[in-house]
Every structure is written in C-alpha cells, then in structure tokens.
Design a protein around this ligand. Structure first.
Ligand SMILES: [Zn+2]
Length: 443
C-alpha cells in the first residue's frame, strides 16, 4: 500500500519516533517480542542522529524521481542483473574453533553457502525452488548475491571471516553498543560489500537489517558508526537452510536473511513503521501488522474502515514462518532497484563491484560468481580495443551458447546458465587473434 502524500512520511516518522521511543528507547528496558530489530534500531539511530529521518525522506524523494523517469514498459524491459558481493562474519565464542555441528555459533561453510543459495532463489524467483511463485504481482528482482572473492586489501578470499570473541556469549541486536561491538570485531567497508554478521543473539529477535539513506557523505552524522553497522545481523540458529532443529523449525529455511536484506535494500514491513502504516509500495495490500502465527493464514486487515483486505503473508517483508514465504512484488522490485541506483552507499557498492575494468597485456577471463546458478559475469581484460566473442562450451567441446560483441575495450559480459544441466563448462573469450578460457561450474 502507498499513501500518495509525501508529507505523510515525516509526520509518520515523527510520530513513531516519539511514541515508540518510550518503549524501545535506549534508556528503557528492551522488550524482545519482535522477530526483527530493524525498526527498533532505526528509532535508536534517529535518537542519536535526528538527521536520519530527513535523510530517509530525501531518499524517498530520490526513489520517486527515479521511478517517475521509467515507464512501466521500460521498467519491465530493464534486465540489468545487480550482483552484490557479500562478506559473512561469523562471530563466535567457541574456544575449540571447531566448525559446524549442533548449537555451535561457529557455523559451517556449508550452512553459509546454503544461505547464499536461498537468497538467490528468493531474489531471482527461481523456478523449482521454494522462492518461486506464479503470482501476477510476483517478481524476479534481478538482484543476486555472491560470497566476495577478494578482501578489502585485494587478497583472494572465500567471503567468510571467522572471529573468536570470548567476552560476550550473546549480542543484543536492539542495543546500538552491541551492534557497534560486533562491527568492531569484524567489518569490511559497507560501500564495497554487504556485511552479514552471524552470531548468537539475545532474546526473541533473530535479525536486523539497516535501512539505506540519501546521505551523500557521513559528515552530517555525529560519528561514522552508522556506516560501520550498515549491514545485516542474523542469529546463527536460523542462518541458511541446513539447521532445522525443532526449536527453530519455523524460521529454518533462510528467509530471515531474505527479509533483513530486503530492509538493507530499502523495503519496509508490509505494515510500514506502525499498525496499518505505509510501506511505499503500490501493489502490497493494506496490512494491520505482522503475521506472528505459526501458520500461513489467511489473515485479514481492516485498515480502511469497512474494507477488509487479505494480508500478503507470502511476502518476505511479513513475519510469516519461512515455509509461507515466496514473494517479492513488482513494486518491491522497483523500489529495491531504485535504491541501488540512488542511495549513495548502495550505488557505490554496485559501482565498486562492477566498475570499469583495467587493461591487461594479455587476454584474461575471470568468471563471477563461480559456481553460478542462473547467470555469471565474465570479466574479460585485454590490451586496447578489439572485437570480442564469448563462447560457452560443455566439457566435450560442444558449443552451448555464444555472444559476439563489436569492437570493445576490456569489459564484462553476462553469461546466462539458466536451464543448463549442472556440471562443469568452459567459457572461452576470443579477442582479435588471442584466445583465453576458464572453467565455470553450474550448480
Ligand atoms: Zn523486519
């Protein structure tokens, strides 16, 4: 649902901050009845820095301007795939440094990889997975995630950082100081990576995702801490899709991370900041508040007097159990893509991840991500400008797909692997008289 007046946001935000601050403020005991800490933490951040509300309002105007610049047809034709490099910081107190197993916050690589897979299934509405839907308002967001392959110093990395920390067994995601502490333990620049911290959380809260702003620099803030905690914090118990213990079975399919990354990409809950609030999305129904039941509904709201509407419990931005969720809407896709274009820190991340490629004396080809599920990007570098052909071959040497580009400098080429049998392939680049090839695993 969307309210047409933009003044509504400031009024709403002002009301929420003053009204909820009494119950969720930093000077009062914390009530951990909410599954997601994003709204509560946003209120704390605004108490520390009142300019945040105005920076969010400014972002709202930029999103609106951006969306008005697109016709519906152009938006539907926008096939750009945004690929977001992710670093997962595992903050644990397991002195044995043993990795994986039950009740161990030092989770396995496999559990982490299962989460990246679920993110891609959900954000790409991938057929044959739990993230697929056939709804007319359901969308493939065109946003993908991969574990970073280089660290901030440019060294090769698997995108996973493990940090042993023994001074605290559990962190409170509602407490600014705890969020800052987690970041002090491990952090990569938030304008180059999506930081996901996985740790042991206090209370009933299982996730937090920081909302984006329009702030062009951080100079207006009292300190740069907002930038340091810009990312997503998830309980290790429900990260990924490999840890379905009876006590966490409602949220064990990885959808809490899908939800929190939705906040990080600028989505609000389907009920906005308060009961029957505004989520700034035109195709989600008015919603009283979150589905806190253990089922998938149906649940109805009466936000407009006399008009009962059915909640979109299958939406990732509700609180439904993981098994119910399978949808971002077309409106949510549009908003997240607008945020990637106009929120400075998010835009910078995309540019940094996908910036201009330098020259190379010899032809080189690098595939990202690798393994790939739906699409991969070939980074192809060479000297000067040349005609370029990119071929995808199976291991028998049979040509599966091919693309020809007219004269170009070093560039990225999107290689679709959708619909291909799983397995190893060869990607070959031919630039002028040079050839180079590399392997690509499709899984
Ligand atoms: Zn939330």
């Amino acid at each position: 649902m969307i309210f047409r007046t933009i003044a509504g946001l400031l009024l709403l935000v002002g009301f929420v901050v003053s009204a909820r601050a009494q119950t969720l403020g930093i000077n009062t005991p914390h009530v951990h009845t909410e599954r997601c800490a994003s709204v509560g933490v946003e209120q704390q951040l605004r108490l520390r820095n009142p300019a945040r509300a105005f920076q969010m309002e400014a972002l709202e105007q930029k999103i609106r301007q951006f969306q008005q610049g697109f016709s519906a047809r152009q938006a539907a034709d926008d096939k750009t795939i945004y690929r977001i490099p992710v670093v997962v910081h595992v903050v644990h107190n397991n002195s044995s440094n043993f990795v994986g197993g039950a009740n161990n916050p030092n989770i396995s690589d496999e559990q982490i990889q299962s989460q990246i897979r679920v993110l891609n299934e959900d954000y790409r509405r991938q057929a044959g997975t739990n993230g697929f839907n056939t709804s007319l308002i359901g969308a493939d967001t065109g946003i993908e995630f991969y574990l970073a392959q280089t660290d901030p110093q440019g060294q090769q990395s698997n995108g996973i950082v493990r940090k042993y920390y023994d001074k605290k067994a559990k962190f409170d995601p509602y407490t600014y100081d705890d969020l800052k502490l987690i970041s002090d333990i491990s952090y990569w620049p938030s304008d180059r990576y999506l930081n996901i911290w996985v740790t042991n959380l206090e209370g009933l809260t299982i996730g937090y995702g920081q909302l984006p702003l329009a702030a062009d620099t951080l100079k207006a803030l009292p300190d740069t801490a907002d930038e340091k905690i810009d990312g997503v914090v998830i309980s290790y118990t429900i990260f990924g899709a490999t840890n379905c213990t009876p006590s966490y079975k409602l949220y064990c399919q990885g959808r809490t991370t899908t939800h929190e990354v939705g906040h990080w990409l600028g989505l609000f809950h389907t009920w906005g900041f308060s009961d029957c609030g505004d989520d700034y999305i035109y195709d989600t129904p008015p919603t009283l508040n979150g589905n806190t039941s253990t089922g998938c509904g149906p649940i109805f709201s009466e936000c407009i007097p006399g008009k009962r509407t059915k909640n979109l419990v299958e939406n990732y931005m509700d609180y439904s159990p993981d098994v119910c969720m399978n949808m971002f809407t077309i409106g949510q896709r549009s908003r997240m893509r607008a945020v990637l274009a106009v929120s400075p820190r998010r835009r910078q991340l995309i540019v940094n991840a996908n910036g201009p490629l330098g020259e190379s004396e010899q032809l080189t080809i690098l595939m990202l991500p690798n393994p790939a599920q739906i699409e991969a990007t070939a980074e192809i570098r060479f000297k000067g400008a040349k005609a370029l052909t990119v071929e995808l071959l199976d291991l028998s040497g049979k040509l599966v797909r091919t693309q020809n580009l007219s004269t170009t400098v070093s560039t990225r080429v999107s290689v679709s692997v959708s619909g291909l049998p799983k397995g190893m392939y060869i990607v070959r680049a031919i630039a002028g008289s040079e050839k180079a090839a590399t392997r690509l695993l499709v899984n």
